[in-house]
Design a protein. Structure first.
Length: 273
């Protein structure tokens, strides 16, 4: 069983993991020991090496797909971070996540990497591969490795993943993959913004209790789309939390329909990371 509180990690990001950066402000839009320690392209991850200037970054997945993201550092190293996974590509991209949400996370000293999943926005690749089959998890892996590399690396034991709509598919797929691969960083927290049957395209959440029961998971959903989340609520592990909004909206649209959901998710991540 993988435990994010006990996992020993050693940083091993290849140079291709962090291919390029374009500095400048960007618009808002559970057991096993691993092999993680140290610092990718160099540096201690200390605050002296860190910037608080957001930038557009790109990196390459294990299967050779170039992805683009907005990186919002906090000016401090070895802190918590989150990867944001937007709704279904190619119709959606990283602009799904509102600037108010990102700003609120950064204000809590949580570094944010807002990713264009493969086939969406400025990222390369086939959009269908983002949520059908075994390639979507590689997007999350590359994003997390980016955060763990460079001179201002984040804390590998304090990395969260936020999935919206079928972004939850990639979030779950990566968590399951990392649970059985000790060399990968295991998520310290997950947020499912409107999970559904699509979340389990490759992996069924309820079949991975040993690995995922200890992980703090925040389920956020509307009354109109509550069946999947509520199916896990009865008898759920104490680390899992459920919040229904009535009325509400789907995925990242919840932030506009119910602005208080921003405080809910940010407060959860600030508490558990």
């Amino acid at each position: 069983m993988r435990s994010p509180l006990l996992l020993a990690l050693v940083l091993a990001c290849a140079p291709a993991c962090r291919e390029s950066e374009e500095p400048g402000q960007v618009a808002g839009g559970a057991g096993g020991s691993g092999a993680w320690a140290g610092g990718g392209s160099g540096g201690s991850g200390g605050s002296a090496a860190c910037s608080n200037t957001s930038s557009v970054v790109s990196f390459v997945t294990d299967d050779g797909v170039k992805l683009e993201a907005d990186d919002y550092p906090t000016g401090e190293g070895l802190g918590p971070s989150v990867v944001l996974l937007h709704m279904i590509p190619p119709a959606n991209d990283r602009s799904n996540f509102p600037k108010a949400f990102i700003d609120a996370l950064v204000a809590k000293k949580i570094r944010v990497l807002n990713l264009d999943r493969r086939g969406a926005g400025a990222s390369e690749g086939n959009a269908l591969d983002a949520y059908q089959g075994d390639k979507g998890k590689l997007d999350a892996k590359a994003a997390i490795q980016h955060l763990l590399g460079g001179k201002c690396a984040v804390d590998p034991l304090r990395v969260g993943v936020v999935g919206a709509s079928n972004g939850t598919t990639t979030a779950l797929d990566y968590a399951v993959h990392a649970a059985t691969n000790a060399e990968l960083p295991f998520p310290s927290a997950l947020v499912f913004l409107t999970g559904g049957a699509y979340t389990e395209n490759q992996n069924v959440l309820g079949e991975h209790h040993d690995d995922l029961d200890p992980v703090p998971i925040q389920f956020v959903f509307s009354a109109a789309e509550s069946s999947w989340s509520k199916g896990y609520q009865a008898g759920a592990p104490s680390a899992w939390r459920f919040h229904e909004f009535d009325p509400g909206d789907h995925g990242t649209l919840m932030f506009g329909a119910r602005p208080e959901s921003i405080d809910l998710v940010v407060g959860f991540l600030d508490e558990v990371l």
